[in-house]
Design a protein around this ligand. Structure first.
Ligand code: GLV
Length: 320
């Protein structure tokens, strides 16, 4: 059996794969260019990829009829044409569950950092503006008593709700099929998107990116939000219209944003959103702890190995 692994990954996962297959490894932290990826997958039984490899029908056909599995080391799989894979009998696996707490930690870190203006405070010192303790400078927002709107109430959204409860926040939750009872079981009130955006002091996005969530946050929906509201996005950059967000932040339509994900990634250094003091942006580090990345790589390895053996994947993605 032959597999292609499209990135440097934690060694325990490589060892596990090596015991089951011959590995062709892309020994870099950067993704292989699409043309190179198309070459490398030719004739493989399985592909281990990450979230910035574009895996479309053409790539699957370049791999050839023998390919049985595409295993992504991520929970989100919007970069894979899952329908095209299903049509070709290729199983697709992802890594849900194990990165929930780690990603919720980062969402909450961003929420706190934006609420208390941490990046601006650091810049304040560097700019030599810390001349004395000023009663009216760098005033942030309290979490206690504030309303957090969670858009997408799956595992990660719910883990964020647990953290918010501990900080005394009131929680509104919006998800496609969420019932009042399910929301209440997590200490949240179910709300439709309009209601949530209008009432929330903080809005945190936890939806997958798909046709119904692409640019869900746009000029129109941003205008529904409170003028001092803070938007947090740790899902996918494509859920937010980034140009509209830039304008909303610049013009005071909303108060601030904290993003772990951008559109595109990496964010071009000339993107005007990077010039704004009320935009906090980090480079897609939601699941970035050694423990979690190792667990993700191992789970993706298990999906890959099961797939090349023609066995059921421990975590198989179904086409929507
Ligand atoms: C990271 O963004 C993931 O989907 O796992």
């Amino acid at each position: 059996m032959r597999v292609f692994v499209s990135r440097r990954i934690p060694e325990p996962a490589l060892e596990r794969i090596r015991a089951a297959a011959e590995i062709n490894l892309w020994e870099s932290d950067d993704p292989p260019p699409y043309a190179e990826l198309s070459e490398r997958v030719r004739g493989v039984d399985g592909l281990f990829c990450t979230l910035n490899d574009r895996i479309d029908a053409l790539l699957m056909d370049a791999a050839g009829k023998q390919i049985k599995v595409i295993s992504i080391m991520a929970v989100g799989y919007d970069n894979i044409d899952v329908r095209a894979a299903a049509e070709r009998g290729i199983a697709v696996g992802n890594t849900p569950g194990i990165l929930t707490e780690t990603t919720a930690d980062l969402a909450f870190t961003l929420l706190l950092a934006a609420a208390r203006r941490i990046p601006e405070s650091m810049a304040y010192i560097r700019e030599q503006r810390w001349t004395t303790w000023k009663p009216m400078d760098l005033l942030g927002r309290d979490l206690s008593g504030a309303v957090l709107g969670i858009v997408g109430f799956g595992r990660i959204g719910q883990a964020v709700a647990r953290r918010a409860q501990a900080f005394g926040m009131r929680i509104l939750a919006h998800s496609r099929s969420l019932t009042d009872e399910q929301a209440a079981a997590h200490g949240a009130e179910r709300a439709d998107l309009h209601d949530l955006l209008t009432r929330a002091d903080f809005v945190s996005i936890h939806t997958p990116l798909n046709d119904s969530t692409r640019r869900l946050i746009n000029a129109e929906t941003l205008r529904l939000m409170k003028r001092d509201a803070i938007l947090i996005n740790t899902s996918r950059g494509g859920v937010v219209d980034q140009r509209a967000l830039y304008e909303a932040l610049r013009d005071g339509v909303i108060g601030g944003a904290a993003l772990d994900v951008t559109d595109p990634e990496p964010i071009p250094l000339d993107d005007p959103i990077l010039t704004l003091p009320n935009a906090l942006i980090v480079p897609h580090i939601g699941s970035a702890t050694l423990q979690t990345r190792t667990k993700m790589a191992l789970m993706a390895a298990d999906n890959l190995i099961a797939g090349i053996r023609g066995e059921p994947l421990p975590n198989r993605v179904q086409p929507r």
